[in-house]
Each structure stands twice: as C-alpha cells, then as structure tokens.
Design a protein around this ligand. Structure first.
Ligand code: BEZ
Ligand code: FE
Length: 267
C-alpha cells in the first residue's frame, strides 16, 4: 500500500484518473490537479488560507443569478477569459481582433433599421456611427448582422437598471456592407464591485474600471463570427483595463462620430 504524503499525493490523484475514457477530460483534469498541487506547494498554503479560498468560491457561486455571473467576472479579472480568447481566436493579420464577450449581452435586443438611434433615451452625448463590414479579401459584406451594446453615460447597461432595452440593437449592413446609426459616446465604467470579486479587487489594490468602449458581435455568412469592442482613444484606463481586454488595433477616435471598418475572416 502506498503511503500518501505531500510527495506522493499528486501521483495518486493522477493515477485515479487512469480509468477516464474521455482523453481530453483526462488531460484537462490531470493538468488542473498538477498545477493546483504545485500552487499549494509553492505558496505553502495554510489550512486557514485554504478555508478562506473555499469561502470565497462559495460566495462567488452564491452571487450568481440569471442576471449576474460572478464566476465569469472572476475569470475576466484574473485574465483567464482574455487568455482563452487570445488562444482560440487567431485571426489572419487583416482581420479585426477579438476581445472578451462580457456579461451584458442579451439575446433579445431590439432589431432596428439603418439610421436609427439605438440609445432610445439612454443618457449620453450622441455619437454618429458609420461602419463597414468586409471580408479579409476586401469584399464588402452586405446583410451582415451587427449586434451592438454599450453602457450609458452613467456607466450602466440597461440590464443593470431594469427590463427596458436601450443602448443596444441588432442591425444589418446595407448593399455596400455599410451600417450607420446613432449611439452615445461611451464612458469608462467599473465592473460590478458589490460581490466577492469586488472585494478581491480592493484587497489586491486594484481598481475596477473598464475603459470606455462599445461592444460588437458581427455575423456574416461564410465568415467567422467576430466578438469585439471599439475603445475610445484617450481613455485613462486603456492601459489598466480590469479585464485585460484592450488591443491597440481596437482603440479609435470617438468625438461626435465613429467610423471604422470591421474585417472578418472566411470560415
Ligand atoms: C463588459 O465590457 O461589458 C464587461 C466585460 C467583462 C466584465 C465585466 C463587464
Ligand atoms: Fe462593456
């Protein structure tokens, strides 16, 4: 019989996975156990600290609801979400870069026409948006679906205020792959801080701010779906986004107007 101690326990847990007949699950669990054990050894985790960690994860789960996903926020603020995006969304050099999806997209955004005002009463300075969607070979993409969402001037998404949908819309590009609409100039806002992730940020001396941005989810036949943002140039948080989502190529001028070309790779 093997004696379980700090030197043999990792091997014992890995051996217990031998019967797992899903090779990918076996690989993921094996690596997770190995790294977790190494982490415990490296920091010489005390029992009190272990319990504190368990309480933190319990509170994170308890904070989750239909409209609040504290685990995704934890992943975002630890850089895991953006790392997963960076690893999995490897576009061609021509294509628009992807960034985090975030928790504020909804599936039932209003479907609006070219030229509309998506703000629908949300507080903020008007921003005239004029974008083109094209394929990485340069061809314009007519009929591309452009799903847009943004926070208002007070840094809140509609879903944080109530059931009324505003400052978001799903629209289609015209025959030239172009889409024009009115939105509002985005402002920086803090991620929700009233839960365990907020307490973690405070305890670790971090601020909760995201630089001003507008979200875009763009779908076109025969092309990879693009999940991205455009960030407002000059924002003071561009270099310290709490979810590490900024890519230089996504930082653009947003005075009273915003013009941009999105480029999608063929699938
Ligand atoms: C957002 O941009 O909407 C967002 C992304 C990650 C965490 C919180 C908010
Ligand atoms: Fe956002």
């Amino acid at each position: 019989m093997r004696n379980i101690d700090e030197h043999t326990i990792t091997g014992a847990v890995l051996e217990s996975l031998e019967g797992c007949d899903d090779p990918r699950l076996k690989q993921i669990l094996g690596a997770l156990v190995t790294h977790l054990h190494d982490f415990v050894r490296e920091v010489q985790l005390t029992e009190d600290e272990w319990l504190q960690g368990i309480r933190f994860l319990t509170a994170t789960g308890q904070m989750c609801s239909d409209t609040r996903q504290e685990f995704i926020l934890l992943s975002d603020t630890l850089g895991v979400s953006m790392l997963t995006v960076a690893l999995n969304r490897k576009q061609s050099a021509a294509a628009t870069e992807a960034t985090v999806f975030g928790p504020f997209h909804v599936d039932d955004a209003p479907r609006l026409e070219q030229g509309c005002d998506i703000a629908a009463g949300a507080p903020g300075r008007p921003l005239d948006v004029d974008v083109v969607v094209r394929s990485s070979d340069g061809t314009p993409l007519p009929g591309a679906e452009v799903d847009v969402w943004q926070a208002d001037e007070e840094g809140l998404y509609d879903v944080q205020r109530g059931p009324h949908r505003r400052a978001r819309a799903v629209m289609k590009t015209d025959a030239e792959g172009r889409l024009r609409f009115r939105a509002i100039v985005p402002t920086a806002y803090p991620v929700p801080t009233d839960g365990p992730v907020g307490r973690m940020l405070v305890a670790s001396g971090r601020h909760p701010w995201r630089p001003a941005h507008i979200h875009f989810l763009i779908k076109a036949d025969g092309h990879e779906t693009l999940t991205t943002h455009l960030f407002r140039d000059g924002d003071p948080y561009l270099d310290s986004d709490v979810v590490f989502g900024v890519r230089r190529s996504l930082v653009v001028e947003m005075g009273d107007t915003l013009t941009h070309t999105f480029v999608l790779d063929r699938s």
